[in-house]
Design a protein around this ligand. Structure first.
Ligand SMILES: Cc1cc2nc3c(=O)[nH]c(=O)nc-3n(C[C@H](O)[C@H](O)[C@H](O)COP(=O)(O)OP(=O)(O)OC[C@H]3O[C@@H](n4cnc5c(N)ncnc54)[C@H](O)[C@@H]3O)c2cc1C
Ligand code: SF4
Length: 529
């Protein structure tokens, strides 16, 4: 543990808190931030440590090629084959490495949507219900954006707190070309602490090491910087790092969590609170519940419905690199989005998805991601490829299915069974991207030697957008959590990470987790008052 407001050492600890939060990422960190001003005694348990600030933060070799910040966990696929999941155990969770694209779900994402491979179910709350918390989350995480450009976005009760991050010249050109072609490109919502009006005073320096890297200068709106760090001097907040929660114990009735069992520095510790909120990430929260089986909950805690771990989603994504003759000198590339195909395409009835930019390619990172990429460009070195690359991220919604699930084995380890859905929609999105590149000087018919495309599909291990596993809903037979994100079967157990998502939409999930954590936090404040 490198830093904590207060901590305890060794043995059985009987300290009693008002609230224990497990996990300090988008959900848990934001919940702690929402609860802390009340003065309630909060224990924040985080299995990771603070992510070290070091030059490696901004070096593609350690970050992408060597995977320095990826956990050493081993998970298993449905055939029992081990793999290293790309999960990040730090104060701030996955947001320490995230791209900080902070999107709201679209209003129709909250309703039932039919997809080529099944149904994306309706949420028990509407977009309008969620809107006030989206606004609060955008304000907390200082989201930069420009409302009104994207026809799929929902109504807002407040503008973005910060103006949109400007496009650099190559991206501005693409923006204008697309607009001329009749599309509706928009400024992507970004959570970076950039003040473009006063660059000399800006915390963010607008560098190229953002998407997938930790921010060395703490200028990314991640859950550590925004939510947790400002709480560290508070008397009523205790953060324990290196504290892995391994089990939740209940009273005999099974209705109340009475002990949060922690493994820390090789010791077993037990903590108690009136309310326990878990936010360990969709896979790890399911793992914790499943590993907490008892006589009262023989199939896992809160799992009488057999829903815990099911309906795991993580998006059907592609990273696509388009190469053109002209160089792309963009430094911070993640400023453009296109939702023209979000709910369908010409003569295509199914939702297709979101197109956005990702961090600018560089030769080192490409070497890590796809060693054979240059086979497509035999005359170009990886550096040439990187200099000419324009990088897109394509996201299609995957539908929740009961068979896509987390289970645990007798050792308590995660097994992840996952079959991708909506491949036809994802293929269509890729085809639409190629079409729109016609308008941007990266046309399909210019492919061949100087313009060509590579795609990098995201394998199972890339579980960055994991969600589902404990969905919320009114019916205890089909959901794990009620509408307040309290477990149906318990009186004091909540889940506030992306586990609660009944469906995932086709935009990045973090803002929805943050908004929901504020919503649940406000509910808890009411409950404890
Ligand atoms: C490379 C990358 C890029 C991404 N880019 C974007 C983006 O641009 N926009 C976006 O919206 N989303 C993005 N995401 C996804 C986003 O980061 C996640 O959706 C979000 O962080 C999920 O929040 P969470 O609270 O569910 O989990 P996390 O933020 O992962 O938090 C879970 C926390 O629980 C801790 N933990 C786990 N198990 C235990 C345990 N047993 N005991 C104690 N602590 C535990 C973990 O260490 C972690 O700190 C990205 C993710 C990655 C990895
Ligand atoms: S662009 Fe800004 S927020 Fe992102 S890594 Fe660079 S300095 Fe940090």
């Amino acid at each position: 543990m490198t830093q904590a407001a207060r901590c305890f050492h060794d043995g059985l600890v009987s300290e009693h808190y008002d609230v224990i939060i497990v996990g300090s990422g988008a959900g848990g960190g934001t919940l702690a931030h929402t609860l802390a001003p009340s003065g309630k005694r909060i224990l924040l348990l985080e299995r990771g440590d603070f992510l070290p600030r070091e030059t490696d933060n901004w070096d593609p070799k350690p970050v992408f090629v060597e995977g320095k910040y990826i956990s050493e966990d081993t998970w298993f696929d449905s055939d029992g084959k081990p793999f290293q999941p790309q999960v990040h155990y730090f104060v701030g969770g996955a947001t320490k490495l995230y791209g900080a694209a902070l999107y709201r779900l679209r209003p129709r994402d909250f309703t039932e949507l039919k997809h080529v491979d099944g149904i994306s179910p309706a949420w028990p709350l509407s977009y309008d219900d969620f809107e006030p918390w989206y606004t609060k989350a955008e304000q907390l995480y200082q989201v930069h954006g420009n409302a009104g450009e994207d026809p799929t976005e929902g109504p807002r009760s407040a503008p973005y707190p910060w103006p949109a991050v400007s496009h650099e010249p190559r991206i501005q050109q693409i923006y204008e070309d697309l607009a001329k072609g009749g599309y509706h490109p928009f400024h992507a919502p970004c959570g970076i602490l950039l003040d473009e009006a006063q660059r000399s005073r800006s915390t963010c320096i607008r560098c190229t090491w953002c998407d997938g890297y930790p921010c060395l200068v703490h200028a990314k709106s991640d859950a550590e910087v925004i939510a947790v760090r400002p709480l560290l001097d508070r008397e009523n907040l205790t953060l324990l790092t290196g504290a892995e929660v391994t089990r939740l114990e209940t009273d005999d009735s099974g209705r109340t969590v009475t002990g949060v069992v922690v493994s820390r520095d090789g010791n077993r510790e037990v903590y108690q609170a009136d309310i326990v909120a878990i936010s360990a990430g969709a896979a790890n929260s399911a793992k914790l519940l499943l590993n907490s089986a008892s006589d009262a909950h023989p199939h896992g805690l809160a799992n009488g419905s057999d829903q815990v771990g099911r309906n795991y989603m993580f998006h059907n994504c592609k990273a696509v690199v388009a190469l053109s003759k002209e160089k792309n000198d963009t430094v911070f590339q993640k400023t453009l989005g296109i939702n023209d195909f979000y709910f369908g395409a010409k003569d295509y009835e199914w939702p297709v998805g979101n197109i956005q930019m990702i961090g600018k390619s560089n030769a080192e990172a490409m070497r890590g991601e796809k060693p054979k990429a240059t086979m497509l460009a035999p005359e170009w070195s990886l550096s040439d490829v990187a200099k000419h690359a324009v990088d897109f991220w394509l996201t299609t919604e995957d539908v929740p299915t009961p068979g896509n699930r987390v289970t645990t084995d007798r050792n308590g380890d995660i097994h992840l069974a996952y079959t991708m859905t909506n491949n036809a929609e994802a293929d269509r999105l890729y085809a639409e991207l190629k079409k729109i590149l016609n308008h941007t000087g990266m046309a399909e018919h210019h492919v061949l030697r100087k313009n060509f495309y590579m795609d990098m599909s995201i394998p199972l291990a890339g579980c960055a957008h994991q969600a589902g596993t404990c969905r919320f809903g009114p019916d205890p037979a089909t959901s794990v959590l009620d509408v307040t994100c309290k477990a149906h079967e318990l009186d004091n157990l909540y889940v506030v990470d992306t586990s609660f998502f009944p469906s995932i939409g086709a935009v990045n999930p973090a803002l929805t987790a943050m908004a929901n954590a504020i919503r649940v936090g406000e509910h808890l404040l009411g409950r404890m008052s």
